[in-house]
Design a protein around this ligand. Structure first.
Ligand code: AMP
Ligand code: MG
Length: 488
């Protein structure tokens, strides 16, 4: 066996699912960063990944034994408009591996050159978006949010032409699979119901094997994806994370966060916050994320109708009922997240009003989201960290008094409370101005140190170290980043 223990399954699906495609060679591959811990988990020798052959593999100059590179086809709604033909336009699935626990993962190269789905694009990625995805996806993993991972990033030694020439890079991305809502939409829209059925079977076997024998596999899959998204999006909301491009091709049926293009964490909280330069209508604003996820699930339901039940009226009824479970499941998961953040055993009685009042206060005062919640942990008795950086404005006093009174009546012991609150309220998130500064240093000066430092710091988001205070500090006015770019 070669250096990557491939065990591919997507290639066993018919040719309609993908086009086999070799990566395009690059001029001069160079290491940026290799994720040793993740490599080990996947059964890949980190020293090999660090070697010239490992770097050449990520760059696409070397195709290792067992790899069967392919570009997958998919479609999707982008900002609400259906695009019948998307697909891996600047990415290739190198193959799949089984990790130490027997769990299957895709290894995908992003920025590896043109494919039949490139639609005139160059199939390449500038360095900036590769660094952003590396930083934010690894931070999300450390925060405990289901997410794709970054296995390695390499430079290509070639410029990528956007509004100006930028250094090029390739990211090796790891996901439980890259099967998207848009993958189902593609086969449904072209009327290929046999492939749609196969994709349902493949996805169920891979992600939800306990439902593989369901009477209606497509309905079972729909319900599993509803559940997964209803569990995921509250995690984003609880961290002030804005995805930025919740198109149906950027939602995975496995329930992992994918596509860290224009994403950002909120500093000063506003529920209608938007960062993405192309999201002019605020479709993917913070407050809209829960509803958009449901809209996307309705797209999946629609795509699955032909294979849910031969009787289409019945299929609509069943699919609708599955999607209709989303709001309550979302609210239950959100309630769990908020109980943890506030240090309560669970939300009950008037607690929902307490939470709403806190968010209203945060919004009114544009309070720093991360520091405000971490400060609650301190006020509950947690070890001091952010007190020097942040104090609640005086206007929060009535709310804080209510919260303290509620804590006094709660059943959690102080020890339990602090343990739960600590895990729910990070000190370190990859703040947007630091991500931007890391990208600027790398792109403009070839200096990767700020990138490495940010990755390392956000890998332990809950553990405060006074030396790292700058990473916990909100941006000064001149550092604020108002807009993010997909960078494609
Ligand atoms: P995204 O905005 O990253 O979700 O990408 C949407 C679609 O555009 C996908 O089909 C991508 O593969 C494709 N795409 C994005 N950037 C490029 C590029 N530089 N070259 C070719 N295809 C691209
Ligand atoms: Mg995408």
């Amino acid at each position: 066996m070669g250096p990557i223990p491939f065990d591919n399954s997507y290639t066993r699906l018919p040719g309609a699912f993908y086009t086999r495609q070799e990566p395009t060679q690059v001029h001069r591959p160079g290491a940026i960063r290799v994720n040793h811990a993740l490599a080990r988990q996947l059964g890949i020798d980190p020293d090999w990944l660090d070697s010239a052959e490992g770097i050449a593999t990520i760059a696409g100059n070397h195709v290792p034994e067992g790899a069967e590179p392919l570009a997958a086809v998919y479609a999707g709604h982008q900002f609400g408009s259906y695009n019948p033909q998307l697909g891996d336009g600047r990415a290739l699935l190198l193959g799949e591996v089984l990790d130490r626990n027997g769990q299957r993962f895709d290894i995908q190269l992003k920025g590896s050159g043109p494919t039949p789905y490139s639609r005139g694009g160059d199939g390449r990625s500038p360095l900036g978006p590769v660094l952003r995805e590396y930083i934010v996806s690894e931070a999300m993993a450390a925060l405990g949010v289901p997410t794709t991972r970054a296995l390695a990033a390499v430079s290509t030694g070639e410029p990528v032409i956007r509004d100006r020439a930028l250094p090029g890079a390739v990211l090796a991305r790891v996901a439980s699979s890259h099967i998207r809502i848009g993958t189902f939409q593609y086969f449904s829209a072209v009327g290929d119901h046999a492939s749609l059925r196969l994709l349902v079977e493949h996805s169920l076997a891979r992600h939800y094997p306990e439902f593989a024998g369901a009477e209606s596999p497509a309905l079972a899959l729909l319900q599993c994806v509803v559940d997964a998204q209803a569990a995921l999006v509250p995690r984003w909301q609880a961290l002030g994370f804005i995805h930025g491009v919740m198109n149906t091709d950027n939602m995975l049926v496995c329930g992992e966060t994918i596509d860290y293009g224009p994403c950002a964490f909120i500093d000063d909280f506003h529920a209608d916050k938007v960062f993405s330069s192309i999201d002019r209508g605020g479709r993917y604003a913070y407050r809209n994320q829960p509803g958009i996820a449901q809209w996307n699930l309705a797209c999946l339901a629609h795509a699955l109708l032909p294979v849910i039940d031969a009787d289409q009226d019945r299929a609509v009824e069943l699919a609708q009922a599955a999607v209709d479970t989303y709001p309550d499941k979302f609210l239950a998961a959100q309630s769990r997240c908020m109980a943890d953040k506030l240090g309560l055993d669970r939300l009950e009685g008037d607690d929902k009003a307490l939470v709403d009042a806190l968010f209203a206060n945060l919004d009114t005062h544009g309070t720093d989201f991360t520091l405000a919640f971490r400060r609650l942990y301190e006020l509950a008795g947690g070890e001091p960290a952010v007190g020097e950086l942040f104090e609640f404005p005086a206007a929060f006093a009535p709310w804080l008094a209510q919260w303290r009174a509620r804590l006094a009546a709660d059943s959690l012991t102080p020890e339990q409370r602090l343990a739960v609150m600590r895990r729910a309220n990070p000190v370190f998130i990859p703040r947007n101005h630091l991500v931007e500064a890391a990208i600027r240093a790398a792109e403009d000066r070839g200096d990767l140190q700020p990138f490495h430092a940010l990755v390392e710091r956000t890998a332990r988001p809950f553990d405060f170290d006074p030396d790292d205070r700058p990473y916990a500090t909100p941006p000064r006015p001149e550092q604020v980043v108002e807009r993010t770019f997909c960078g494609t």
